[in-house]
Design a protein around this ligand. Sequence first.
Ligand SMILES: Cc1cc2nc3c(=O)[nH]c(=O)nc-3n(C[C@H](O)[C@H](O)[C@H](O)COP(=O)(O)OP(=O)(O)OC[C@H]3O[C@@H](n4cnc5c(N)ncnc54)[C@H](O)[C@@H]3O)c2cc1C
Length: 443
Amino acid sequence: MKKYDYIIIGSGPAANHLLFKLARTKKTALVIEKGFWGGTCPNTGCQPKIFMEGAVRPVLNTYYLSGKGVEKPAKLDWNALIKRKKLIWAEFRREERSSIENEQVDTVFGHGVITGPHTVEAAGQEYEGENIVIPTGLRPHRLEVPGSEYAITNDEFFDLDELPAKTVVIGGGYVALELATLMQAAGSEVTVLQHSDRLLRPFDQEYVEKLTQMMTDRGIQIKLNMPVEAIAKTAAGYEVTAENGQKFAAGLVVDASGRRANVDGLGLEKLGIKFDPIKGVAVNEHLQTNVPSIFAAGDVADNGQLNLTPVAWVDSYHIYDFVENGLEEGIKYPAVATSTFTYPQIAQVGKRESEMEDGDTVRRMKLGATFASLGEGDTNAELKVIFNQAGEVVGASEISINAGDDINLFAPLIGKKDPAKFAMNNLGFAFPTLANKLDVLFR
Ligand SMILES: Cc1cc2nc3c(=O)[nH]c(=O)nc-3n(C[C@H](O)[C@H](O)[C@H](O)COP(=O)(O)OP(=O)(O)OC[C@H]3O[C@@H](n4cnc5c(N)ncnc54)[C@H](O)[C@@H]3O)c2cc1C
């Protein structure tokens, strides 16, 4: 039986960053992957999304600037964009597996099953590992309604050659609203069906309302409190029926109703490893399962963190530091910023206004009135920063077409007492860029 220092089941961001670290040692690893090498983020998540957003952004930018110095909105050619996407990804997918392999790291294609505290089976072979890491991620949670098989998920979305005239998106999280944004900008008539009365729960709800209004003004129909009861195939496409009897016809139905843990068939039950079928594998402060040689990392680790790529990176670095450097302190997450890549974007780091405690204060800045935002037609742009009683920055939220980038400025300011001074002394920004926002907000 071939022996490794680490057997890693899954090749996503949580695995990748552990491999970067291990590359600096003489440790050996086996990576087992049953899907696309590189995991969700580069194949069916963040990366194809941001690639598509790159083309959608000028379309929507010119939509808002139309008649204000720009003649008419740009038009998106979906088919050409997907063709280009497929070409780029074909190359990426050809190279990704070989970029993981080196003299220390072997790869196997197949479904990994843990057979013992130090053994894993994949593709008919058993392997031995001093440590086993489970970064198996999440997969789309399919609605449990008749006809759910007619809906596609993000797994298929980024390879759609044609976009029908009408689409229905089920869900109200960032994936649902981002995909709705892409499709509407490409000319499809989009309806979003959300089961509850709220969208984008982890984000500032005042900004979510602004975003919802702007999306609605662009023609996206957003229906709240609209749980779906069934999806049926019709001669013209599909019909989605809500629990209240309303019917929505569409040429394409996208199920973005949520994601669930990839824990099936991993052998967890046999070893008595604790897990939740939706949220994932129970871990301690070192991401160890109740079997000490077996760790879980990234989205599948059930420890209350947001399911995001930068969180997966932090996890894999911690496992390395714990196992290789004997780090005693439990995992500490920085204030991880997050953004919707809708148009405009809503970004967030630290506390939201709704989480303010006694003594906290909020400062707002109408970014939409700055020359930069006026120039971009981003007149609804706004920023709010939350301070605690001691005057330290404890959170920031922004709605603007650059919010996803801007928020990275506020992450290092979390916990800083005099942010203006800190920024001026430590962060030498070009002007007029983000510095504009800092200067006006904090001076
Ligand atoms: C549409 C979409 C957009 C997103 N956008 C963003 C974003 O903008 N920013 C952000 O930070 N995050 C984003 N995310 C989330 C991000 O993709 C995840 O947080 C990240 O990929 C988690 O990394 P991971 O390594 O934990 O898991 P994954 O990347 O999911 O990798 C897990 C891998 O394990 C494999 N696997 C599972 N079970 C087995 C098994 N038994 N045997 C072998 N292999 C197995 C899977 O095939 C998969 O390749 C997005 C996700 C989606 C779906």
